[in-house]
Structures are given as C-alpha cells and as structure tokens.
Design a protein around this ligand. Structure first.
Ligand code: CA
Ligand code: CA
Length: 701
C-alpha cells in the first residue's frame, strides 16, 4: 500500500533559517564587570523623576527602574528591579521591559509599596501589559554569548504582548541569547504574528512563540530555566499570502518556542495556545514543491535543542493548524508539542486534549501527532500520560489529508537519528481522523523510521476515524525505505480497547520484538504484518486488566487487585511505576504502566538538623490518616514535631522533622491508615543527620 503521508518532512529546516533577522541592540561597551549590585523600586504610585528608584520614591516604569541599576563603570545592569503590585505599560515600540545592556538583572514583582522585602505575587498581582501593541519583555544580547547576560524574571504576569512585525517571535516574552531564569510567571493572551505578503514571495513571514520565545545561536545555546510558569491563551500565527503568491507563513510554538537552547522546566502549564499557519487563498500552498504553510507545535515547539528537561509539565488543549490554500492545505504537526533535531526528556507529565489539524485546500492538509510530534530527535518519556489528543486530516475536493498518530507521531529526517524511549506511559483515548480518500493511521502512536523502546506502557481506547478504514488502531509501525524503518521493542505492556487489529507493521520495519503484552478487548489479530516484516510477537496473553476508570472523563488506567496484568511481566528491568511505586511489588512486576501496590511513594531531603519528608497517597487505597514512625540511634533526641509516631490527617502528605541530633541516625517509615488498620506503607529510609551543616540539601529518592 502507498503511504502518501511521508511526503517531505525534511522541509522543516527551511522554515527555521528565516527566523534569524534578529534586531539586536548593538551598543559597544567594555566587557561587563559585575561587581556592584543595586536595587531599584518601581510602583504604580511612583514617578519617573531623575531621582526615582528608592523605596520612598519609586519610579513609575520598569524602563526607568532598569536604568537605575546600571553600573556606571561598565554600562551593564548589576542589580534588581522590584515591582509593587499593579499594571505596568510603556509607550515604546519595543517592549514594556526592554533589557539590552547585558550584565546581571532581576525583575521581581509581587511587592507592596509598604513592604519591599517580601514578594508575594499571588496577593500583590503584578502585571506587565503590552496593550496588544508591544512585547511584554524583550531580552537581547548583541554578543550572543549567554554568559554576558543573566536575567531573572519572577512573580509577574505578562499579558497582551505583541511581537514586532519585523521579527514576529516572542509575543509576550522574547529572549535572544540571555541566560534566563523565570519563576512564578504567567504569560497570557499574547501574539506573534507573521507579516502578510501581497505579492509572490516564498519568504512569507512566519510567526513563532506566541507567549515565549527563547533563541540561542548555533554552537552557543542559550539556557532557560522555568519554574512554576503558566503559558496560556497565546497564539503564533503565520502571515497570509495573496491570491497570486505561493503560500502562507508557518506558525510554530503557539505557547512556547525555543531553538538552540537548553531548557529546564518544572511545574510548567502550557494551555489553550494556538499555532496557526497563514492562508494563501487561490494559491498553490507550496513553495519549491515542498514547503507548506504548516502549524507546528500548538503548545510547544523545540528545534535544534542540545538538551531539554521537562518535569511536571501539563500541555493541555493546544492546537496546531495548517493554513488554507487553493491547492495544498498546510500541515498541522504536534498539537501539544513538536520536537525537531533535539535531545531531551519529559517526565511526570500530562499531554492531554491537544489537536493537530490540516488546512483546507484541493488537497486537504494532513494532521500528525496530536499530542507529540518528534522528528530526528532523541526523546525519553518517563511517567507521562498522553490522553485524548487528536489529529485531523481535512477533506479536499481532490483528496483529503492524512491523519496519523493521534497521540504520538515519530519520524526522522535525513542525516538524523530518531529514538523514543518510553516507560510507564499511558497512551489512551487519542484519535486519528483522515480526510476523504485516505486511511487514518496509528490511533495511539505512529512510528516511522524511529528506534522505539516502549516498556510498561498502557495503550488503550485509541480510535481511527474517517471515510477510509484505518490501520493500526493502537499503533502503526512502518519503514519508508529499505534503509530506514521503525524498529525496537515493545514489552511488558497492556494494549486494550481498540477496534480492529491494534498493531500494524509494514515490511520495511527494522526488527521489532513485541513481547509479553496483555491484549484485551481489541480486534484480531493482535499484530497485522505485511509479508516479510521482521516482527516477533512473543508471550502475548489475554485477560481483563480491570482498569479503575478507563476512558472519559477520568482516564484512570490504574489496575485493580483482580487484574490479569498483575505479576505477569517477564524480564522487566523497570524499577518504578507511573506512581513512583517500586517494581516489583509482590511476586513479579505487573505489565502496563501501573504496578498494583500499597507502597506510599516517599521523597525525602536532609536539611540542617532535620529532614523534609513528602509522600503521595497510593492509588485505590482509602487512606484516612498517616502515621510517621521513626527509630533513632542511641542517645539521639526526638524531633520537635514529637516522639514517634507522629499522626497526621489524610490531607497532610508532608512533614518536616527538625531539631534532630547531629550525627545521629534515624530510620523513618510512613504508614497509611484506613480507620485503625494499616492500608499501606512507604519503604523505610535510614538517614544520618549532618554533623556539619551544608548549604545545599542533598535530595535522595
Ligand atoms: Ca506485581
Ligand atoms: Ca501503582
């Protein structure tokens, strides 16, 4: 069978090069001496006078505050701007806060004019408002050396930002080559929109990073650390082309765009963002035979990233949509996340409700990778749920677009490897819909030309929709040539609730082992292969996995005590499950993402003369309270919090034990109670309190 969906994925590269029309401030000054440091105060009640900036005489604008922290000897920033609650604007064509002098600068909101010492942004809401005409924050660094420019942004909400039309990237916040730390920040309702073209021009302006754009340069990647950041309701929009032109502009990263960057994000919410390519009504929609007007990464778009690390990230309800054209509708790729030529990991995260949709045209645009689209990248997923995402190839008057990889789509690009290594993942409730004349593929996962390692996965209730029958309702595994193919291992997993044969493999795949899978409530056979496909199905079995609450609205794929999955894994080397519970519990590991266990997952860290404990309630158990028990070495004292055991209500899942004896050893266990009875317990941990206090807590799992 012909697999028309593989057309020209390599063309992505062309789109990126045009992004580097960076208008950096080119002020030639001596290299920074980051010696002195100062604080400038800014409040809505202040005034931009020559003497402003003190706590008693705050400035009114962030711009004025920034100028007060410039070290006159170097011309560099060396200090901190504190913002009192309120809304900040600035009549500039650049940004409300334009950070261009390099050096070291912190902008921190959340203060009250009556208390400049404690930032509490939840109470003292501090808004940077671009008024739909300018960026909120723009950092630029003419040296492109991230070590020359260190920026911290804390405790602010950036809203209604607009990227400039000469560089439509980073509507809310744009960072070019500054080392960035962003903490307790919300970026919302901002837009990066490419310029419209009115004549034939293949360089129709793309829009990228509606909320946030982080750009390094080749061989000098920028570092961005995001903690407790919300990116919500932003848009990257490609410019429109006219009827005689070739195509609309590409859109990438509706919420968050990063290129040549090392991104470390924890507690990041990326929600309701849109990457929507430009339209070219009446036009081919194609340049050079390959370039479509594509929407790439509705929530997040990463390209050429040496590393990324996403932890506790939620990517929810984002949309990537191709542009409309007369002939060829654009592609929608990566409704939640699109990753290109990058290496990194996503852990303890949820990718849910995202959508990738083609644009309309005589040939309808295709949609691939509703939750995640990865090309030419090395990606690790650990404890990730990919739920309820969708792809949609749209109908066309000639032919519709393909729809593939409702949850995840994997492919490579010439010269690059592609791997996905995933364990303890749930891929459920995703859908792939194709346009007229096409077959939807890979309801949960579509793997092309990628080395796939999938262990302890639960793949359930994914669907194929469209006028044509689809293939691979759970997953499709294909090669596109004799030298490239999806290959690898799928093991100790559950595949359940799929119409039709759940797994399809064509005859150009690399060797694939499908080992020890619990198949339940799917069509048959378990695996459909083209003749000659090197696919080995081993030790399959069947039985009811007894999920707790599968499908909408709960998508709870924990297994119950009677599950057929329990203790059925063979040769598992995965040490924890999706809850962080230890594998194996009982006689052997369970297949699928969940290990049925009464263990209370416990995390702890030493602090001076004590330890900080936190734990999660295990699934299924009706916990009514906790008892923290500890024993101690001879001569050691009790914690200030009380002698063992310390009893706590069910709503409390953290405890700091302090006032412990230096050098003494304590052994701790957390017991979960149901009424008076033990329902579960943590593993025991034994810790020796520091004899000498050190500044950095050692975190041990
Ligand atoms: Ca077990
Ligand atoms: Ca579990």
């Amino acid at each position: 069978m012909k697999l028309a969906s593989f057309r020209s994925y390599q063309r992505w590269f062309l789109s990126l090069l045009v992004l580097f029309s960076i208008a950096g401030a080119t002020v030639l000054l001596p290299s920074p001496a980051l010696a002195s440091s100062s604080v400038a105060y800014v409040a809505p009640s202040g005034a931009d006078t020559p003497a402003c900036g003190s706590a008693s005489q705050p400035c009114r604008s962030i711009e004025a505050g920034l100028e007060r922290i410039v070290n006159p000897a170097t011309g560099r920033y060396a200090g901190e701007v504190r913002l009192a609650a309120g809304t900040y604007t600035y009549p500039s064509n650049r940004a409300v806060a334009f950070i261009w002098r390099r050096g070291v600068v912190t902008i921190r909101g959340g203060y009250a004019s009556s208390d400049w010492n404690t930032s509490n942004p939840a109470v003292n809401v501090t808004i940077i408002d671009g008024e739909n005409v300018r960026r909120g924050i723009w950092m630029t660094n003419s040296t492109f050396d991230p070590a020359q420019c260190l920026v911290t942004i804390e405790g602010v909400t950036v809203t209604r930002g607009r990227a400039r039309s000469d560089d439509p990237s980073g509507g809310g916040v744009l960072n070019d080559s500054c080392t960035l730390t962003m903490r307790n920040v919300t970026i919302t309702d901002s837009v990066a929109r490419g310029q419209d073209n009115t004549n034939a021009n293949p360089a129709t302006s793309p829009g990228s990073g509606g909320g946030l754009s982080v750009r390094g340069v080749p061989n000098n990647p920028v570092v961005a650390r995001l903690e407790n950041v919300i990116i919500r309701g932003n848009q990257a929009i490609g410019g429109n082309d006219g009827a005689t032109a070739q195509r609309g502009g590409i859109a990438s990263g509706g919420g968050f765009f990063a290129i040549h960057a090392r991104v470390h994000a924890s507690n990041l919410l990326v929600e309701n963002n849109v990457a929507r390519a430009g339209d070219a009504p009446g036009s081919p929609g194609v340049t050079g035979g390959i370039q479509f007007a594509d929407g790439l990464g509705g929530g997040v778009f990463f390209a050429l990233m040496p590393s990324f690390e996403l932890k506790n990230v939620q990517v929810l309800n984002n949309l990537a949509e191709g542009g409309d054209a007369g002939a060829q509708g654009g592609l929608g790729l990566g409704g939640g996340i699109k990753i290109e030529l990058s290496t990194g990991s996503i852990t303890d995260s949820i990718i849910r409700g995202n959508s990738a949709k083609g644009g309309s045209g005589a040939n309808g645009g295709a949609g691939h990778g509703g939750g995640l689209f990865s090309t030419g990248s090395n990606v690790t997923l650990e404890r990730v749920q990919v739920l309820q995402n969708s792809v949609q190839g749209v109908n066309g008057s000639t032919i519709g677009g393909n729809g593939g990889g409702g949850g995840i789509y994997l492919i490579t690009t010439p010269g690059a490897g592609s791997t996905l290594t995933a364990s303890n993942v749930v891929i459920a409730g995703n859908s792939a819909q194709g346009g007229n004349g096409t077959m939807p593929t890979g309801g949960g996962l579509d793997c092309a030309d990628t080395q796939l390692t999938l262990r302890h996965a639960t793949i359930a209730d994914n669907v194929l929709q469209g006028p044509g029958a689809g293939i691979g309702s759970a997953m499709r595994l294909v090669g596109t040539s004799s030298s490239a193919g999806c290959g690898g291992e799928i093991s100790n997993s559950i595949i359940a609730g799929h119409a039709g044969s759940p797994i399809y493999a064509n005859n150009q795949v690399k060797p694939i082992t499908i080992r020890r899978i619990l198949f339940f409530n799917n069509g048959s056979p378990n695996v459909t292969t083209e003749s000659g496909a090197p696919v080995s199905e081993q030790n399959s079995f069947s039985g009811n996995p007894q999920f707790v609450s599968p499908g909408a609205p709960n998508f709870d794929y924990h297994i119950q005590p009677g599950s057929a999955a329990i203790n059925q894994a063979i040769d598992s080397t995965t040490s924890r499950d999706i809850d962080g519970q230890t594998r194996p519990a009982g006689a052997a590991s369970d297949v699928g993402a969940d290990e049925y266990s009464t263990e209370i997952p416990l995390t702890f860290a030493l602090i001076p003369r004590g330890m900080a404990l936190s734990w999660q309630a295990p699934p299924l158990l009706n916990i009514t309270g906790y008892r923290v028990e500890y024993s101690k070495s001879a001569g050691a004292g009790d914690a200030i919090q009380g002698a063992s055991p310390v009893t706590l209500p069910a709503s409390t899942t953290a405890l700091t034990l302090s006032g412990l004896t230096r050098g003494a050893t304590y052994t701790i266990v957390v017991v979960g109670l149901n009424g008076g009875n033990e329902a579960g317990r943590s593993q025991e941990v034994t810790l020796t309190i520091w004899q000498y206090e050190v500044s950095l807590p050692l975190v041990v799992r």
